[in-house]
Ligand binder design. Structure first.
Ligand code: PGA
Length: 256
């Protein structure tokens, strides 16, 4: 069984008060859901507050990134161990904004996945192509390369302990969503890459779709056989929309 997973990526949004109100509304709608894993990834500074508020509920919390280093003279960094210690379960790794705006390479992303796994977090490995890469037909090679870089460092068995998020960069925050068929085709390709190493691991790994998932398009995306939930940016800042998306994922629970 692959249980769908929906994570809200708040990015650089949220005040203490707004976060408290958003989490309260999400929690009110999430009571006794067990057909979907749900979590939110607030900015670092808000994480302890959200963890406190969500204690003893089924809302998990994750970081939006972590350092590739364990500890030491790395001003401004937050380590995977620190996230784990305050109670995070997940950490996004290699989000396209981190790759494009903050210079994260495939190799750095692979090191971060490794360190997150060692700390006991579940890394959410984000992959995806640019519009130019899609239009020139290179998207499969690009995404394969992003996966392969991580395989080289952590090995196939570690993919039992992580989540993959396929996020075409041209669909993030743009209102353009990949069609269910486009997304399904890439998810199947990713599973195929993993299957070359270990078919059982490939069947079990959860692959989220991300990129302008909204309340009104989530169900059709999650209905695809290889799409196991979503990584949600903008729509995760509105509890009502986020809950509709979580419900759509719960309804898509599938047995393999
Ligand atoms: P979006 O962001 O839902 O606002 O497109 C998704 C993401 O960046 O994870």
């Amino acid at each position: 069984m692959r249980k769908p997973i929906v994570l809200g990526n708040w990015k650089l949004n949220g005040t203490t008060a707004a976060s408290e109100a958003l989490v309260a509304s999400i929690l009110a709608g999430l009571i006794e859901w067990d057909a979907v894993d749900v979590g939110v990834c607030p900015p670092f500074i808000l994480i302890p507050q959200v963890i406190h508020q969500a204690a003893h509920t089924n809302l998990a919390v994750g970081g939006q990134s972590c350092s590739e280093y364990v500890l030491g003279a790395y001003t401004g960094e937050v380590s995977a161990d620190m996230l784990r210690e305050v109670g995070c379960r997940y950490v996004l790794v290699g989000h396209s904004e981190r790759r494009a705006l903050f210079g994260e390479t495939n190799e750095m992303v692979a090191r971060k996945v490794n360190i997150a796994l060692k700390s006991g977090l579940t890394p959410v490995l984000c992959v995806g192509e640019t519009l130019e890469e899609r239009q020139s037909g290179r998207m499969n090679d690009v995404v394969r390369g992003q996966i392969q870089a991580v395989l080289n460092v952590v090995g196939i068995r570690s993919f039992e302990r992580l989540v993959i998020a396929y996020e075409p960069i041209w669909a993030i925050g743009t209102g353009l969503t990949a069609s269910p068929a486009q997304a399904q085709s890439m998810h199947a390709m990713i599973r195929g890459v993993l299957s070359e190493h270990d078919p059982a691991v490939a069947r079990g790994v959860r692959i989220q779709y991300g990129g302008s998932v909204k309340a009104d398009n989530a169900a059709e995306l999650f209905a695809e056989p290889d799409i196991d939930g979503g990584l949600i940016g903008g729509a995760s800042l509105k509890a009502e929309d986020f809950l509709i998306i979580c419900r759509a994922a719960a309804d898509s629970l599938r047995f393999i």
